[in-house]
Design a protein around this ligand. Structure first.
Ligand code: UT7
Length: 325
């Protein structure tokens, strides 16, 4: 007997050229480099240029991932874009990306799970692949968070940045007793009872406008570590692994203190944690694939290693996936 595994073929990332430092921010909002670094670990973030859209960032990350995988858009039959900042209300940014990639075949759609979007996207693509509905999936997390920030609100505008990351998952048919590879297990959760702790105060149906990101930071912080540990432990149990088996922990990059807290609670040594929040800030759905692309490109994540990804965000949504690279 055989089974289908979703294996990682490649990763890619893209960050807009413009870097906005904490010191620059402190010139137009009442904050300081010291406060931001101490409370979040963030020193800078990238900001998309005028006219540079979420689909443009997604395109560059996707091209980077395709090159890394040695594939072309012809080889892809599923595109999942996780974003909270789509180019337009519709069509899906995934459809716009598909067109920019010069593709006319396959299926493309967006996923809206805010910061957890990429993890939800990996779990969705894995299900498509394992059920035979797709052969090669391009999963993208792409955000222009700068477009929904209230730049006069110091409690939120210092925390986010723009960017995109992508991963290609490929169906491989293997014997039942073949060694595990690719996506091993996922755990996803949502609790809409917390929607008003992290949201945008506008929308098509409610205000006919875009709105601005609003957050009760302390409330989100309070729930983050527990929710992250909950899904990571669930994934470990499902796959018969322990924290000690992990080679890398690639958490959502929202706040260095949350990353450290989750690492401590789960017992993951700091040397096994991939951190980009210091240079990227919180890029929402793009944060995990950007971190994966960086750590894979610089040789830290190697073939055969066990990698845990996780994220938590608006909704609340939270999730984790375990991958054998
Ligand atoms: O992807 C998931 C989405 N988001 C997150 O995961 C974020 C979760 N939350 C957090 O990361 C943290 O709660 C924050 C970084 C947002 C805030 O850190 P905190 O240690 O929870 O600070 P706080 O909200 O308790 O605020 C402490 C003080 C307040 O002043 P008072 O009331 O003590 O006088 C704030 O007004 O810091 C003040 N403050 C600032 N001061 C300088 C808030 N923002 C700033 C700022 N610069 N940018």
């Amino acid at each position: 007997m055989s089974r289908i595994q979703s294996q990682v073929r490649g990763t890619g990332g893209y960050l807009p050229e413009r870097i906005l430092t904490n010191d620059e921010l402190s010139k137009f909002v009442d904050t300081s480099d010291e406060w931001i670094v101490q409370r979040t670990g963030i020193t800078q973030r990238h900001i998309a240029a005028q006219g540079e859209l979420t689909s443009d960032l997604a395109l560059k990350a996707s091209q980077n991932a395709l090159e890394n995988a040695g594939l072309t858009p012809e080889d892809i039959d599923l595109i999942v874009v996780a974003t909270t900042t789509p180019d337009r209300t519709f069509p899906a940014t995934a459809a716009i990306l598909q067109n920019k990639l010069g593709m006319r075949h396959g299926v493309a759609f967006d996923i809206q799970a805010v910061c957890s979007g990429f993890v939800f996207g990996v779990a969705t693509a894995d299900s498509y692949i394992r059920s035979g509905m797709a052969r090669r999936a391009l999963v993208v997390g792409a955000e222009t968070a700068s477009r929904i920030l209230d730049w006069s609100d110091r409690t939120t505008c210092v925390l986010f940045g723009d960017g995109a990351g992508a991963m290609i998952l490929e169906a491989t048919e293997v014997a039942d007793d073949a060694p595990e590879k690719g996506v091993l297990a996922c755990s996803l959760r949502t609790d809409g009872g917390h929607w008003d702790k992290l949201y945008v105060d506008g929308g098509v149906s409610s205000t006919r406008s875009i709105g601005h990101l609003r957050m009760e930071g302390r409330e989100v912080f309070k729930h983050a570590v527990g929710m992250i540990s909950d899904v990571v432990e669930d994934v470990l149990e499902k796959s018969g692994k322990t924290t000690g088996d992990l080679d890398w922990f690639v958490p959502h990059q929202a706040n260095r203190r949350i990353i450290d807290g989750a690492g401590r609670k789960l017992g993951v040594p700091e040397a096994k944690v991939i951190v980009t929040v210091d240079r990227h800030a919180n890029t929402s759905a793009a944060s995990v694939p950007l971190a994966l692309a960086e750590a894979s490109a610089d040789g830290r994540i190697k073939s055969g290693q066990l990698v845990m990804i996780e994220a938590m965000g608006g909704g609340f949504t939270w999730g984790a996936c375990l991958l054998r690279w």
